[in-house]
Design a protein around this ligand. Structure first.
Ligand SMILES: [Cu+2]
Length: 115
């Protein structure tokens, strides 16, 4: 492993810890734990997640600066095109919702919202 790769990995790990540690609500319920989706390598990972109504999903854009977005055409929801940073969306309506990326139509994902 090169030094550069090692440093990059450390930064990535630190970022994940930071997001995880400050994302919790004060409810103390594991059911409402933050749901995070990595946007990397032209894919959303995990590709399909199940949440409860009122829960927030955060996409983390980490595809080495390549811009992606998150578009729920059915819900009229569209994030900015982002090469870094995060985007969060709260789901208040139950259902199965698919989303895609504008520049890369074969990037798709699914959010299943349960009552
Ligand atoms: Cu994309």
């Amino acid at each position: 492993m090169s030094v550069r790769t090692g440093v990059t990995t450390l930064i990535a790990v630190a970022a994940v810890f930071t997001l995880t540690s400050c994302g919790g609500e004060s409810q103390g319920s594991t059911e409402q734990a933050p749901v995070e989706i990595s946007v990397k390598n032209l894919a959303y990972s995990p590709n399909s997640v199940t949440v409860h109504t009122g829960q927030t999903v955060t996409w983390i854009f980490e595809d080495q600066g390549m811009p992606h977005d998150v578009v729920f055409a059915e819900l009229g929801i569209k994030s900015d095109l982002q090469g870094s940073g995060t985007y969060s969306q709260t789901f208040d309506k139950a259902g199965t919702f698919t989303y895609t990326c504008t520049p890369h139509p074969n990037m798709t994902g699914t959010i299943i919202v349960e009552e």
